[in-house]
Ligand binder design. Structure first.
Ligand code: FAD
Length: 389
């Protein structure tokens, strides 16, 4: 194998280059990235960048020392066995890493709407967050909550419109309702159970025909994996790039990592696609090992999913996967430090959500990984350390 092409120069892309070199690959590596920038980190975009604390989030990675041919501003357009088609012509490869991430969903309508995915989005939006401006945020998910936090800090009048009955409903179910008072305390007008029909000049039109006037509209209703360029390539696509537990796609010598990868989880016995930083950071290690081969059955990507969010002065962390599991609250969610645990029918911990309680997150994550049975009565007592339950 002489030439590996990595498509997508986000965190998962640059981590793939690092992992290939760390595994001893000495051949040529080309890193193709649609954005005109050096690889950078996205989590600070909705936090420190939007709050005006920093202007750059470029990842601390020495592309020169990695001897990678980074081609910014070049997009992949199509793929067939051994050949990548790009906006700058064709590129032959021996192995290929798909790391094209995801892109934000936009709403219907002719009015200006901002999304937050790139450093340019973040700097552009930051310039608009000024004292007294009316900002309408569509979606009370992770991004919506962080944008609302920054907009309030900048002195904007903020309305957050959410179709579900509570914030974070898609990720946390009814537990998300415990974050609704955070909006109220921050002086934000949170409207749940409210559907937006379109973004129009001057603000939002709701499905009931009423309007919300706004100077700035920010849409944070989720993302879609950026995989359209793979249509007709022979790669299986189903809400992302379908891979096995080694991150191999249907095309020989092609793996997928990060936000765009829908990998087979041995732990959960189902396919998972996790749009969070930890996946972009760690999946490339397994992908590189898979491409470079070696003895045994090969590396398996089988993490307990993890992510965090910083909103309204709270550090919110989640580990696990709670579908079908029973909720057990630890502590008073009206307070500032509490957690929620989800327990399987077999009495093991499926997931933990920790609010300003990194200790619960850390211990919970270990319990999930270890798969020990828990004493649910002790679990419900926040005075008992999670590791002692
Ligand atoms: P991306 O970062 O999306 O990188 C993919 C790159 O590929 C992009 O540069 C894209 O332009 C490029 N690309 C796409 N199509 C093509 C193509 N056809 N040809 C060439 N290049 C292409 N996660 C957390 O766990 N905690 C957080 O607090 C958190 N905060 C976040 C805040 C924001 C504002 C955002 C946007 C994300 C946040 N995330 C957070 C999620 C996390 O940043 C992502 O999971 C991570 O960036 C995914 O990395 P990636 O490399 O897979 O994809």
């Amino acid at each position: 194998m002489n030439h590996v092409v990595v498509v997508g120069a986000g965190l998962a892309g640059v981590r793939s280059v690092e992992a290939l070199r760390a595994h001893g690959f000495g051949g040529a590596i080309t890193l193709i990235g649609e954005e005109p920038h050096r690889p950078y980190d996205r989590p600070p975009l909705s936090k420190a960048v939007l709050l005006g604390e920093i202007d750059s989030t470029v990842v601390d990675s020495d592309l020169g020392a990695l001897a990678v041919d980074h081609r910014p501003g070049v997009a992949a357009k199509g793929l067939r066995a051994g050949v990548l088609e790009t906006t700058e012509g064709e590129l032959a490869y021996d192995a290929l890493v798909i790391a094209t991430g995801a892109s934000p969903i936009r709403l219907r309508g002719e009015g200006p709407q901002h999304v937050l995915r790139t450093i340019d989005d973040a700097l552009g939006l930051r310039a608009l967050l000024r004292q007294g401006r009316r900002v309408a945020v569509v979606g009370a998910g992770w991004i919506g909550a962080e944008v609302a936090t920054a907009a309030r800090r900048a002195g904007c009048e903020v309305t957050v419109v959410e179709a579900a009955e509570c914030p974070l409903a898609a990720a946390l179910g009814p537990v998300g309702a415990h974050t609704a008072p955070w909006y109220e305390r921050a002086g934000i007008d949170l409207r749940t159970g409210t559907m937006v029909a379109s973004v129009d000049p001057g603000g939002l039109t709701l499905v009931d025909g009423s309007t919300i006037e706004a100077d700035v509209v920010v849409t944070g209703v989720g993302v879609r994996p950026s995989v359209d360029w793979l249509a007709g390539s022979g790669i299986e696509l189903d809400d992302g790039v379908v891979t096995d537990e080694h991150l191999r796609t249907a095309l020989p010598g092609v793996v997928a990592v990060g936000d765009c990868a829908a990998w087979w989880s041995r732990r959960y016995g189902r396919r998972l696609r996790v749009e969070h930083w930890d996946t972009a950071l760690n999946s490339p290690e397994v992908a590189a090992a898979t491409l470079l081969g070696g003895p045994g059955e090969g590396a398996v990507y089988d993490p307990v999913p993890y992510f965090w969010s910083e909103q309204f002065g709270h550090m919110v962390q989640y580990a696990g996967h709670h579908a079908g599991a029973r909720l057990v609250m630890r502590g008073d969610p009206a307070g500032t430090r509490w957690s929620a645990c989800w327990v399987t029918d077999g009495g093991t911990l499926a997931a933990v959500l920790a609010v300003n309680l990194p200790r619960d997150l850390m211990q919970g994550r270990r319990l999930i990984e270890g798969g020990q049975r828990l004493d649910v009565d002790r679990l419900a007592d926040p005075a008992v350390a999670l590791r002692d339950c």
